[in-house]
Design a protein around this ligand. Structure first.
Ligand SMILES: N[C@@H](CCC(=O)N[C@@H](CS)C(=O)NCC(=O)O)C(=O)O
Length: 201
C-alpha cells in the first residue's frame, strides 16, 4: 500500500485491511515534500500524484480511497448485499468525497499537517471550509440521530469512509461538542473489533 501516515484517506484502507486480517506492506511518501509528484510515481503508481494507492499481488495499482474500500470490502461483512443498501454505501462515500473530505480533511491538512502560515486570503478560505464542513457534520448528525451506523444498522465501509476524517476533525478546528450523535457513533466505530488508530502504520 502506497501511503502517508497522517492521511485519513490512507487510514481508511489501513483500518479495513487490518479488520479483514489481510497482511500488507506500507510504502511511505512524505506528501509535504512532493514525494507523490515525482515522474516515477506519476508514471508507475498514480498519474494523479496522490496516495493512497493499493498495489495488488497481481501488480495492479488502484487509487482513490473509497474505490479501494469497495474493492476490498465487496463480498465481505463490511459491504451489504441488498441492491439499495449497496447503493446507499456509495451514496455516503460520494457524500464523503464531495461534501465532507474537501472541507474537513483539507482544513485539517492546512492547520495540522502542513501548518500553513495564515495569510488573510487563507483565513477566508479556511472559514469557507469550516462553514461547509459544519454543514456536512450537520447532515451526519441528522442521520445518526436514530441510526447507529450509516447503512443497514451495521458497521460497513460507509462508516470507515466517514470516520477517517470526522474523528480527527478537531485537528482542523472543528468542535464536535454540538454533534452528540456523531460523537456516539465515533465511539461505536472505535470499539469495533480489530480497530487501529490513525497513528498506527
Ligand atoms: N480522492 C482521493 C484523495 C487523495 C489525496 O488527496 N491524497 C493526499 C493525501 S490525503 C495526497 O496524496 N496529496 C499529495 C499531493 O496532492 O501532492 C482519495 O480519496 O484517495
Amino acid at each position: 500500500m502506497h501511503d502517508y501516515l497522517p492521511s485519513g484517506n490512507g487510514y481508511k484502507v489501513r483500518l479495513l485491511l487490518t479488520q479483514l486480517g489481510i497482511p500488507f506492506e506500507r510504502i511511505e511518501y512524505d506528501v509535504t515534500l512532493g514525494e507523490t509528484r515525482t515522474p516515477e510515481f506519476l508514471q508507475r503508481v498514480n498519474p494523479n500524484g496522490r496516495v493512497p494507492v493499493l498495489e495488488t499481488d497481481e501488480g495492479e495499482f488502484l487509487a482513490e480511497s473509497d474505490a479501494i474500500l469497495f474493492y476490498l470490502a465487496d463480498g465481505t461483512r463490511f459491504f451489504p448485499e441488498g441492491r439499495l443498501e449497496r447503493a446507499r454505501v456509495l451514496q455516503w462515500m460520494f457524500f464523503e468525497q464531495y461534501s465532507h473530505e474537501p472541507n474537513i480533511a483539507v482544513a485539517r491538512a492546512w492547520v495540522h499537517v502542513f501548518g500553513l502560515e495564515m495569510t488573510g486570503e487563507r483565513r477566508l478560505a479556511l472559514e469557507a471550509k469550516r462553514k461547509l464542513g459544519h454543514e456536512a457534520l450537520g447532515v451526519m448528525e441528522g442521520h445518526l440521530n436514530g441510526n447507529d451506523y450509516f447503512v443497514g444498522g451495521r458497521y460497513s465501509v460507509a462508516d470507515i469512509a466517514l470516520y477517517a476524517y470526522t474523528h480527527v476533525a478537531h485537528e482542523g478546528g472543528f468542535d464536535l461538542a454540538g454533534y452528540p450523535a456523531v460523537r456516539g457513533w465515533i465511539e461505536r466505530v472505535a470499539n469495533q473489533p480489530g480497530y487501529i488508530p490513525i497513528t498506527q502504520g
